[in-house]
Each structure stands twice: as C-alpha cells, then as structure tokens.
Ligand binder design. Structure first.
Ligand code: HEC
Length: 334
C-alpha cells in the first residue's frame, strides 16, 4: 500500500494536470523531459514498495457465471482485433503515449494464457502484475478491475479457459515512454487506488450498480477524461471525453441536464445497454456498439442480466451531475 503522502501527491498532481495539458501542447519537448524525470523518480519510490496481492476463492470457477461477468465487461473487447478469433489479441490501441497491442487471452499454451495459473491471470487482471513480475501498462484497466469481487474474478477466469485456443503472438508495443516498465510501476504508486476487493459482489441494487459500473463494466474508463498521465480525472467522473479512445467522442453520462443525460430515464439508459438504442431511436456506434453487441461473437452488455443493466442505469442517475460539454451541441437526448 502506498503511503498516504504519495496519495496526497497524486491528488495534487491530478488537480494540476488540466492546467498542464495546455502547457504540454505548447512545449512538448520540455514536458517530455519533465515526465521522464517524474517517471524515474516514481520508479525509485516504486522499487521501495509493493502493491497488495489478491486472493481467489478455493475451488473451480463457474464458467457459465463467468460468461455473464464477461458480458458485463463488454466481452473484454479490447482483446479482439478486427480480424481473427475473439480475444486472441493484437488489437491496436492507440494512446497519446504510442500504440499498444492487446494480448491473447485464449488458452493457447505458448502465445495465450494456457500455461498461466489462475492466480497469475488474476494478478494480471486485478493487480496489473505480469508473470515475470513486471507491471502491465495501465492501458489495460486493471486499476479498475482491482475492485472486482473474488468470486467474479475466479468465474471470469474459468470462462476464459473455455475459449478455443488460438495461436497468435503478441505484437510489440510501439510507445515512446522512457523506461516503460519502471514508468508503469511508478504509475501504480501514484495513480492506482487499490482497495481490498470484496469476496462476493454486492447484491443490494444501488451498491451492485455502483460495483458493476466501477469494477466490471468500467463505464468510467471511457466516459471519464484522462489527465496528462493517462489516469482518469476523478474530478470529471463520467463527464465525457472529447478525445476518447480511437479518437471517438465519448459523451457525458452524468445527470447534468444540459451537457449530460439528466433528461433520460433509467429505462433510456437500459435501452442503450441492452439494444444500443438511443432515446431518439438512433443506434450507438463505434466502441459503445462493440460493448453492447460483443466483438466477433463474444458476449457484450446485451447478454448481461437485465437486472444488472438496470442496477447500473439506476446508479448512474445518482452520480454527481457535471456540466462538461464534449460535443459542439452538448451531449443529450436530442
Ligand atoms: C470502451 C469505451 C466505453 C465504455 C467502457 C463505455 N462506453 Fe458508453 N459510449 C462510448 C462511446 C464512444 C459512446 C458514443 C457512441 C456514439 O457516438 O454512437 C458511448 C455512448 C454511451 C451512451 C449514449 C450517450 C449519449 O448521449 O448519446 C450511454 C448512455 C453510455 N455510453 C453509457 C455507458 C455505460 C452505462 C457504460 C458502462 C456500463 C459505458 N457506456 C461504457 C464508449 C464507452
């Protein structure tokens, strides 16, 4: 666990980053140097501390239940490329830090997860630590999955093991981050807030909605803008991102009536998650459509239990409304 002062530092840095973003755009080289120094300093701190481990419950996972968790996770779609088998990886993930390529999650022994133990997969999923002890790039949202319940993680892993093994070598990332593995380690210290995940997911609807939104369906991972360090800007939680992944505009889904979806009912939100249908009868497109439908036959939100979609929709209506326009005309129910 990182000491409190590090967290305070991270909080301060996050607050500053919106101001820095403009400065970085104006003087990229100087900022590149500063970021490198930060990364090195953070790495030294990182070397002195370790992150918590997670524990899977004993006994085999329930793959059928795991399929529902996968559906709620949008089918882990970042691991499915345009061509090839679902979840066999090699999807191009462009970020401001360069292009990452996702890994093969099928049970192939050499190029996938076939030779990994459940604990190793879990550590990568919920703690961002790979088998060789290095830290995974935070392009994989393990910092959000970190709160996934032990039962859900175990069952999701059991479902991954039922996939057809596909041989597909991971492509090397093309990124410009100096000393990337150390930089990612530093990122863990500064920006991830690990809490001990619950043994089982909450069942009370409000708590369940919040849990699913934050730790399984990870709505905020796209709908919350990022700081210059690529960490979610918590002061704008769910308020949309004008430059989201793949340069898509990700709408504000807070209950703000002008720039968000404050005029929507919970049913309207459920329709988006269940059918990809907006209140004006248009369909969502791009990433959101992928999450709803699942990629190449993998499950998506549409296959998740309706009660869970509703719990997420009801919870979203209770988050802090934030005025933040990401579209020229403002996001809304037009
Ligand atoms: C991988 C990124 C990503 C994730 C994760 C994601 N969304 Fe989206 N979402 C988008 C994008 C991009 C759009 C815009 C789609 C379009 O323009 O057609 C969108 C659109 C929406 C809309 C329509 C809003 C409007 O004003 O048109 C709603 C509602 C929504 N998402 C809710 C959610 C919820 C709830 C979750 C979690 C259960 C979620 N999203 C997870 C990327 C994402």
């Amino acid at each position: 666990m990182a000491p409190a002062f590090l967290r305070l530092m991270a909080w301060g840095i996050e607050g500053e980053t919106r101001r820095w973003r403009g400065a970085v755009a104006r003087r990229p080289r100087r900022w590149f140097r500063r970021l490198s120094v930060c990364a090195l300093g953070g790495s030294l701190l990182a070397a002195c501390s370790g992150s918590e481990v997670t524990h899977l419950p004993p006994g085999p996972g329930d793959a059928k239940r795991g399929e529902k968790i996968a559906a709620l996770a949008g089918g882990c779609g970042c691991h499915s490329a345009e061509t090839g088998a679902p979840l066999s990886g090699e999807r191009e993930l462009p970020t401001p830090f360069g292009t990452f390529y996702s890994s093969n999650l099928t049970p192939d022994r050499e190029t996938g997860l076939g030779a990994w133990t459940d604990e190793e997969i879990d550590t990568a999923l919920r703690r961002g630590r790979l088998r060789d002890g290095t830290t995974e790039a935070p392009v994989m949202p393990w910092y959000a999955y970190a709160g996934m319940a032990d039962d859900d993680a175990r069952d999701l892993i059991a479902w991954l093991r039922t996939l057809e093994p596909v041989r597909r070598q991971r492509r090397a990332d093309e990124i410009w981050i100096p000393l990337p593995r150390l930089a990612f380690r530093a990122w863990v210290i500064l920006f991830s807030r690990f809490t001990t995940p619950p043994r089982s997911a909450p069942s009370e609807p409000h708590a369940r909605g919040r849990y699913l939104v934050d730790h399984v369906a990870i709505c905020g991972d796209c709908h919350t803008p990022r700081t210059v360090f690529g960490s979610p800007d918590r002061s704008l939680a769910f308020a949309g991102n004008a430059q989201g992944p793949f340069d898509e505009v990700v709408p504000n889904i807070t209950p703000n009536k002008v720039t968000g979806i404050g005029n929507w009912t919970a049913d309207d939100i459920v329709s988006v998650l269940e059918m990809g249908m907006l209140p004006n009868m248009d369909s969502v497109s791009g990433l959101m459509a992928e999450l709803v439908d699942g990629v190449h036959g993998a499950p998506g939100y549409a296959q998740a239990p309706l009660a869970d979609l509703r719990a997420m929709a009801e919870y979203l209506r209770t988050v802090r409304p934030i005025a933040h326009a990401v579209r020229d005309s403002g996001a809304g129910d037009d």
